[in-house]
Design a protein. Structure first.
Length: 364
C-alpha cells in the first residue's frame, strides 16, 4: 500500500536524522576526548600529583572506556530512537490510512463514514477539513439523487397526459378539437418551461450565469410589472395588485433583467395562490440595502413547510400546483439570483392569512 511506503519513508527519514546526529558526535568524541583528558591530567600534575608516568595507561583506559560507553549508548539510543520513530510514523500514517479507507467507501456509495478526531493538532485539523468535505459531497450526492427523482416525477405527469391524448387521437377514441390541441400545447409548454428552469438553475449553481450589476432605479421596473400583471387580472374575483413605493428610495446595484425575473416568479406565485384579495409590492429602504416585498392575502403556507419553500421541486400541494402549471423551481431560481446579486431572500406566512416574500438588494 502507498501508506505503508510512506510509513517506511518516514521511519527511514528519522533513522537518517539519527545517524546524521550520531556520526559527528562519535567522530568528535573519538578525536578530541583523549586530548581533553590529557589536558585534565596536566592540571592534576600542577596540583602536585605524580600521574604523568602513567599517562599512556590512563589514556588507553579512558579511550577504551569511552569507546565501550559510546557503543552501548549508540545501541541503546538507536534502539530507543527507532522505536519512537516507528511509533510516531504509525501515528502520522494511521489517519491517512483511515482517510484512504473512507474514500474507497465513498467510491462504493457509503457516504456516512467520517474521520475520527486526532490527538495531533495538525492531523485533527486535517480530519475536520476532510469531514466537512465528506459532508459536502454527501449533500451534493443526495441533491443529485433528489433531483433525478423529482425530475422523473415531474416529467411523468405531462408525458402520461400527452401519451393518453395521442393514443386516443390515434385510435379514434378522442375527436380532434381545439380544446384537445390546447391541452397538448399546455403540457408541452410545461415540459419546456421545466427544462428551461432546470438549465438556468444549473448554470447559476455552476457560476456560468453572468450578473451585470448596474445602478438601477426600481420604480420604473416595478410599476411596469404591476401594470403588466394587472392587465391580465380581468376577472372580478381576481386579486387586486398595487405598488407601495415611498419617496426617496435610493438606487440599487443590481441586474435589471434578473430583478425582473425574480419579481415575475414572486408575483406569479402570489397570483397563483391568491384566488381573491390583494397583492401588494412594497419597497422599504434601509441603511445599506433596499427590501422589496410581495405581500398577498392568499392561502398561506404551514409553518413546518417554510424551511423548504426555496428548495427545488418543493410544493405543499403537488396536485394543485400541477393544475396551475408551476414547475416547483421558480423560488429556487429566485433565491440563487438574489444571492448572486449580494442579497438575501426570506418568507413569512400563515395558513389562510397570506404570505410575504421579501428580498434585499445592495444600495448603489
Amino acid at each position: 500500500m502507498a501508506n505503508s511506503g510512506l510509513r517506511s519513508r518516514l521511519f527511514l527519514s528519522h533513522v537518517i536524522v539519527l545517524m546524521v546526529g550520531l556520526v559527528p558526535l562519535l567522530v568528535i568524541g573519538k578525536v578530541f576526548s583523549p586530548r581533553f583528558f590529557i589536558v585534565y591530567l596536566r592540571e592534576i600534575e600542577g596540583l602536585g600529583f605524580k600521574v604523568w608516568q602513567y599517562r599512556s595507561q590512563l589514556v588507553r583506559g579512558f579511550d577504551t572506556a569511552w569507546t565501550r560507553g559510546a557503543l552501548w549508548a549508540v545501541v541503546g539510543g538507536a534502539s530507543t530512537a527507532a522505536g519512537v520513530s516507528y511509533w510516531l510514523s504509525r501515528r502520522i500514517v494511521q489517519p491517512l490510512e483511515q482517510m484512504e479507507e473512507i474514500t474507497q467507501k465513498f467510491a462504493a456509495g457509503q457516504m456516512d463514514e467520517r474521520m475520527d478526531s486526532q490527538s495531533i493538532e495538525e492531523l485533527d485539523q486535517l480530519a475536520m477539513s476532510f469531514n466537512r468535505m465528506a459532508a459536502a459531497i454527501e449533500d451534493i450526492e443526495q441533491r443529485r439523487r433528489d433531483l433525478v427523482s423529482d425530475l422523473t416525477h415531474e416529467l411523468r405527469t405531462p408525458l402520461t397526459v400527452l401519451a393518453g391524448y395521442l393514443e386516443g387521437l390515434a385510435d379514434g377514441a378522442i375527436e380532434p378539437s381545439a380544446d384537445i390541441h390546447q391541452r397538448l400545447l399546455n403540457e408541452t409548454t410545461r415540459m419546456r418551461r421545466l427544462v428551461d428552469d432546470l438549465q438556468q438553475l444549473s448554470k447559476m449553481e455552476a457560476g456560468y450565469l453572468p450578473i451585470d450589476a448596474q445602478p438601477l432605479a426600481l420604480y420604473p421596473l416595478l410599476a411596469n410589472l404591476v401594470q403588466r400583471f394587472s392587465d391580465q387580472l380581468l376577472i372580478d374575483t381576481s386579486p387586486t395588485l398595487k405598488l407601495d413605493y415611498p419617496d426617496a428610495v435610493p438606487m440599487v446595484l443590481a441586474d435589471a433583467e434578473r430583478v425582473e425575473q425574480i419579481m415575475v416568479n414572486l408575483i406569479g406565485n402570489a397570483i397563483r395562490y391568491t384566488p381573491a384579495g390583494s397583492i401588494t409590492i412594497r419597497v422599504q429602504p434601509e441603511a445599506h440595502q433596499v427590501w422589496i416585498e410581495v405581500i398577498d392575502t392568499g392561502i398561506g403556507i404551514a409553518p413546518e413547510y417554510l424551511p423548504q419553500v426555496f428548495e427545488r421541486f418543493w410544493r405543499a400541494d403537488r396536485s394543485r400546483d400541477r393544475t396551475s402549471g408551476g414547475t416547483g423551481i421558480g423560488l429556487a431560481v429566485s433565491r440563487r439570483l438574489v444571492e448572486l446579486q449580494g442579497g438575501v431572500i426570506e418568507v413569512e406566512s400563515e395558513l389562510d392569512q397570506g404570505s410575504t416574500f421579501r428580498f434585499s438588494l445592495p444600495i448603489a
